[in-house]
Design a protein around this ligand. Sequence first.
Ligand code: DX5
Ligand code: ZN
Length: 219
Amino acid sequence: MSNIKIAPSLLAADFGNLQRDVEMVDNSMADWHHLDIMDGVFVPNISYGMPVMKAIEKHATKPLDVHLMIIDPDRYIKTFAELGAHVLTVHYEACTHLHRSLQAIKAEGMKAGVALNPHTNINVLEDTINDIDLVCMMSVNPGFGGQSFIENTYNKVRDLKALIQHKRAKTLIEVDGGVTSKNAKALVNAGADVLVAGSFVFKSENPTLTIQELKDITS
Ligand code: DX5
Ligand code: ZN
């Protein structure tokens, strides 16, 4: 029995039928909803913001895993707590005072996540890993769904797993970007605990079955 979590990314949902797609995820084998918030500054794209998250929260029964791809995220930590975020993930590259941001997220009662861009070495988390509930390992450059998986991610997941074990931390490893049924098992074998999948789920013929497939492959 494994505890691997599947977190479909609503970025790839049909926004004209958002309630339907949120309910599909709720009624599937998925564990979390993954929400991608982009500001057009930290990443070269704008996704959706607070009003849309509020609409998602209204229908969602599963935890909201919120991935902030925004500069200066400290400004909005309280807001995302009020919007019902369960996990709030900030980018390492967007935080000058990462330790302070992590404490602020936890003070609002959320789990604290840190996302790493593909170019960022996992060693930068050596001194904060025991304060981090989840590391979101980007396996594409953040900003867009539907990109292809960067193969070096396996090495990074293995290195991060070793660091977590060495430090006796309880941090979960999440992999985000280009996840499919082809790389899911290998990612879990490398040490991943949570798999985010956007296009692979929502662009498939039967998203509910695709989620089930990912769950089966990783169990
Ligand atoms: C990318 C986002 C991802 C994205 C994943 O910037 O962080 O969560 O939605 O989409 P796929 O699975 O299509 O790569
Ligand atoms: Zn994401």
